[in-house]
Design a protein around this ligand. Structure first.
Ligand SMILES: [Zn+2]
Ligand SMILES: [Zn+2]
Length: 387
């Protein structure tokens, strides 16, 4: 595989960085040691203009090319998950209950490896902006960095990122133009009826019965409201009554759920119907329902032209490039960056391991030079060296 010699040479060093990060996982925005480690490596390799504290704990650095030109943003995520590691690696997490179970240690190492190569060679015109973000796992660190002016302040023209993909062979790249990953919104419904004695239902309003009707009816949003050619998942994940005994009719039921879609237009429609079904169903039984909706990550939408560039760069690295991959329903907060600038998000094969977010998940270090080569190819092809 055409991994550049220098990136092959750097493999042991970058792997050691990855293992260090793996042993010291940090959650959400609290990625202080990780950010400090990234800054140290960037200083050593001579990256320009290293800035910390973007999006609270994010790190941004620039690698200046030979002359004026466009600016490409390359992004990695730094945060881990609240999972107790059971992967069996010989460099396990030293923080009980916290684990790099999504491979963000690998993403950070890959981008550092590419950065080292690009700092040494600078075989391009324009600038490369390295983006290391916190809080990908539910904290919208990508949005926080954008809100701190990431795209305008660094004059980024286009932006790229990657995620490892368990189940896809190492050496395979997979991507598609358009929607690649779903949006993830959350809702809470609090239903209030009238509690009472289980044997005297006519003096009560059975909130559990009302709430159960709502749960069943909510599935009609997917089945009957959404265009069948659009993809939506609606799941009610929690359902709690305030009754603690079999002979008590609940007064209140609280449920929480999530809506995933691949079309941003479906999000507003789903929200509207969830509100209507919950409040009107409750009213039909003499109860009330209060609906809270929280917009989460938007759909991750790859831009056409940039996806084509991403494919071209991947083909320079590996013969195994899938350019029409199936979209998947997990969400990704790189989506916020793709809403601000054209760009693309690539899946990098991680071989036969447990899935992301599983305690037995393992990042495959053999993917490091492949991912780093892809970043390097993108930069050199987009910024002049290979026209
Ligand atoms: Zn994850
Ligand atoms: Zn992830």
């Amino acid at each position: 595989m055409p991994i550049r010699n220098r990136l092959a040479e750097l493999h042991p060093e970058v792997t050691a960085w990855r293992h260090h990060l793996h042993e010291h996982p940090e959650l959400m925005y609290e990625v202080h040691e990780t950010a400090a480690f990234v800054v140290e490596r960037l200083k050593e390799m001579g990256a320009d203009d290293i800035v910390t504290g973007i999006g609270r704990t994010g790190v941004v650095a620039t690698i200046k090319g030979r002359g004026p030109g466009r600016t490409i943003g390359l992004r990695a995520d730094m945060d881990a998950l609240p999972i107790h590691e059971a992967s069996g690696v010989d460099y396990p997490s030293k923080t009980p209950g916290v684990m790099h179970a999504c491979g963000h240690d690998g993403h950070t190492a890959i981008l550092l490896g590419a950065a080292k190569y690009l700092s040494e060679t600078r075989n391009f015109d324009g600038n490369v902006v390295l983006i290391f973000q916190p809080a990908e796992e539910g904290g919208a660190g990508g949005r926080a960095m954008c809100e701190d002016g990431l795209m305008d302040r660094w004059k980024i023209d286009e932006v790229y990122g990657l995620h490892n993909a368990p189940g896809v062979p190492v050496g395979t790249f997979a991507i598609r133009p358009g929607a690649l990953m779903a949006s993830a919104d959350e809702f809470e419904i609090v239903v209030t009826g009238k509690g009472g004695h289980a044997a005297v239902p006519h003096d009560a309003i059975d909130t559990t019965l009302v709430a159960a009707q709502i749960v069943v009816s909510l599935q009609s949003v997917v089945a009957r409201t959404i265009n069948p050619l659009h993809r939506v998942v609606l799941t009610v994940g929690t359902f709690q009554t305030d009754s603690a005994a079999s002979n008590i009719i609940a007064h209140t039921v609280r449920m929480r759920g999530t809506v995933r879609t691949l079309e941003n237009a479906s999000r507003a429609l789903a929200e509207k119907r969830i509100r209507e079904i919950a409040t009107h169903t409750a009213a039909a039984f003499g109860a009330t329902a209060e609906v809270t909706w929280e917009n989460g990550y938007p759909v991750t939408v790859n831009h056409e032209a940039e996806t084509a560039f991403a494919v071209e760069a991947a083909r320079a690295v590996s013969p195994n490039v899938i350019d029409n991959a199936e979209p998947i329903m997990p969400a990704e907060d790189f989506s916020f960056m793709l809403e601000e600038r054209p760009g693309a998000y690539m899946f990098l094969g991680n071989g036969d391991t447990a899935q992301c977010h599983h305690p037995a998940y393992r990042f495959d270090d053999d993917a490091i030079p492949l991912g780093a080569s892809w970043f390097v190819e993108l930069v050199e092809r987009r910024l002049g060296a290979k026209g």
